[in-house]
Design a protein around this ligand. Structure first.
Ligand code: CAA
Length: 240
């Protein structure tokens, strides 16, 4: 039977490319989304990948949604915690709401996505966790105290889970994308974006598929000895 993969935020941006890449690898894929019904419907029509709507920042919603996915497709073997938002502002202008929204979605959302599937993975002796962090969790970013905190937090999560899951056949790894050509990056003011691109040695934004291929590898049997690691895919912009 095909393994089942869950991709949060899987109908748009980097998540869309990940969902498609995992389907192409032969997995049964479920993609979650938070609000854009129209896009999710079009995505399912185009790809045949089922979509589920829930707020990853809410534990009860996540747990119920995951139970529904497992009822429909079977036990989840692969989790890609990809859903993320930005609420950029220089720190002196950042509001507690901007802080909390980003923490809830990007950090607590990762907990809420992994925690309900973890016991099943332990019982079955297999699991693949891939968290989509960011270059800005590695290096920090002007106007992203909230976002950078969550993306750095993701790296703490996978390093700890790697140690807890290894004896149960579960790996936990992260991908740190640099600036990728998605709506999120296109929302950055054009002048600012041009300056950012000038800092990327590759001279261009990354493509979502370039991140998806990293995820497909980490989800594969071939990656079984890779645990607690981070793949940086950023065109040479930052080295750890
Ligand atoms: N470094 C240093 N200074 C910077 C700066 C930077 N990167 N960016 C802006 N500034 C400075 C400006 O020059 C300006 O300085 P002055 O006041 O002296 O002129 C000041 O900061 C900006 O002040 P504003 O009042 O104009 O700022 P604002 O409240 O309008 O905020 C902004 C603007 C939100 C910072 C906007 O510039 C922005 O969106 N920047 C991009 C932030 C960014 O890179 N976000 C990443 C999004 S993509 C992503 O997150 C995906 C991923 O994982 C990579």
């Amino acid at each position: 039977m095909a393994r089942v993969a869950l991709v949060t935020g899987g109908s748009r941006g980097i998540g869309e490319a990940i969902s498609k890449a995992l389907k192409a690898e032969g997995y049964e894929v479920a993609a979650t989304y938070a609000g854009n019904d129209e896009k999710a419907k079009a995505f399912t029509e185009a790809t045949g990948i089922k979509t589920y709507k829930w707020n990853v920042g809410d534990y009860a919603e996540s747990k119920a949604g995951i139970e529904q996915v497992e009822a429909d497709l079977g036990p989840i073997d692969i989790v890609v915690a990809n859903a993320g938002i930005t609420r950029d502002a220089p720190f002196h202008k950042m509001t507690p709401e901007q802080w909390n929204e980003v923490i809830d979605t990007n950090l607590t959302g990762v907990f809420n996505t992994i925690h309900p599937v973890w016991p099943g993975m332990r019982e079955r002796g297999f699991g693949r966790i891939v968290v989509i962090s960011s270059i800005n969790g590695q290096k920090g970013q002007f106007a992203q105290v909230n976002y950078a905190a969550t993306k750095a937090g993701d790296l703490g999560i996978i390093k700890s889970l790697a140690q807890e899951g290894a004896s149960k056949g579960i790996t936990a790894n992260a991908v740190c994308p640099g600036y990728i050509a998605t709506e999120m990056v296109m929302a950055v003011p054009e002048k600012v974006r041009e300056k950012i691109i000038a800092q990327i040695p590759a001279g261009r934004l990354g493509e979502p598929e370039e991140i998806a291929r990293c995820v497909a590898f980490l989800a594969s049997d071939d990656a079984g000895f890779i645990n607690g690691s981070t793949i940086s895919a950023n065109g040479g912009q930052f080295f750890v």
